[in-house]
Ligand binder design. Structure first.
Ligand code: FFO
Ligand code: ATP
Length: 205
């Protein structure tokens, strides 16, 4: 869905820049910076579940994941509340802690697994389930199949967190995985703990 519409537009822009061959780099970069938005951002912003969600959890991307920074900026632009993971080493415990603004990301430190997250002694942030719960969770993952099965990084953080969500009065949030096309597999192995994802948005690398 993303690919057909947006690759189509990029192709047209590229070819029309070629007609003005001496200026093509200049024209191309001008058009690119004026119109280009990452595919997943457009898809997310138009998504009815995103539009109706007030409290959203989203991961801070590692280099090999779909980049989420622009979505996070939009969450704040739309006046929604944003929560990010803080996992505990040597356990499958993870909390979703409130981010106060997009700029707040720069106050976070990298963990030993190269993920930005609030430090263990940061006790001031609201945990999503201590308050009103979550409407939507954007999920990371290594691989997905079209039935909504997810292969994570093997620590059980998200499945355990979804179990906790189900006990909250708000109930299970809607889950959307952000993936690259290359991460979609015929089938991924699942266990009884794995909670299927409601929807997978994927795009080309
Ligand atoms: N961006 C992002 N944040 C996230 C996740 C994620 O998948 N992506 N998580 C999703 O759960 C949690 C963190 N889970 C992680 C689990 C394993 C590794 C990791 O690097 N594992 C090493 C081996 C570590 C070891 O066993 O000592 C590896 O795979 O090489 C990283 C994050 C919470 N935050
Ligand atoms: N809801 C749960 N309750 C208790 N243990 C769980 C739960 N979900 C997963 N686990 C345990 O966590 C371990 C890893 O689970 P799994 O392979 O599903 O992780 P993952 O989904 O790939 O990882 P992650 O969510 O951290 O990216 C397994 O040993 C599993 O038994």
């Amino acid at each position: 869905m993303w690919n057909s519409v947006w690759n189509g537009q990029r192709q047209v822009r590229y070819e029309s820049a070629n007609i003005f061959s001496p200026y093509k780099h200049f024209l191309f970069s001008l058009l690119y910076s004026a119109f280009y938005k990452p595919n997943h951002l457009l898809e997310v912003i138009d998504h009815p579940k995103y539009q109706e969600s007030k409290r959203i959890a989203i991961f801070l991307s590692m280099p090999d994941e779909v980049q989420t920074e622009e979505i996070i900026k939009d969450i704040f632009k739309q006046g929604k509340e944003c929560f990010i993971p803080r996992y505990k080493l040597q356990s499958n415990h993870m909390d979703m802690l409130k981010l106060s603004s997009a700029e707040d990301i720069s106050s976070l430190a990298l963990t030993s697994w190269n993920i930005l997250q609030p430090s263990d002694d940061d006790t001031a942030r609201e945990e999503a389930l201590a308050g009103g719960g979550l409407d939507l969770i954007f999920m990371p993952g290594l691989g997905f199949d079209k039935k909504g099965n997810r292969l994570g990084r093997g620590k059980g953080y998200y499945d355990t967190y979804l179990e906790r969500c189900m006990k909250h009065p708000r109930g299970k949030p809607y889950t959307i995985a952000l993936a690259f096309r290359e991460q979609i597999c015929e089938s991924v192995p699942v266990t009884e703990n794995d909670v299927p994802i409601d929807e997978i948005l994927y795009e080309d690398c």
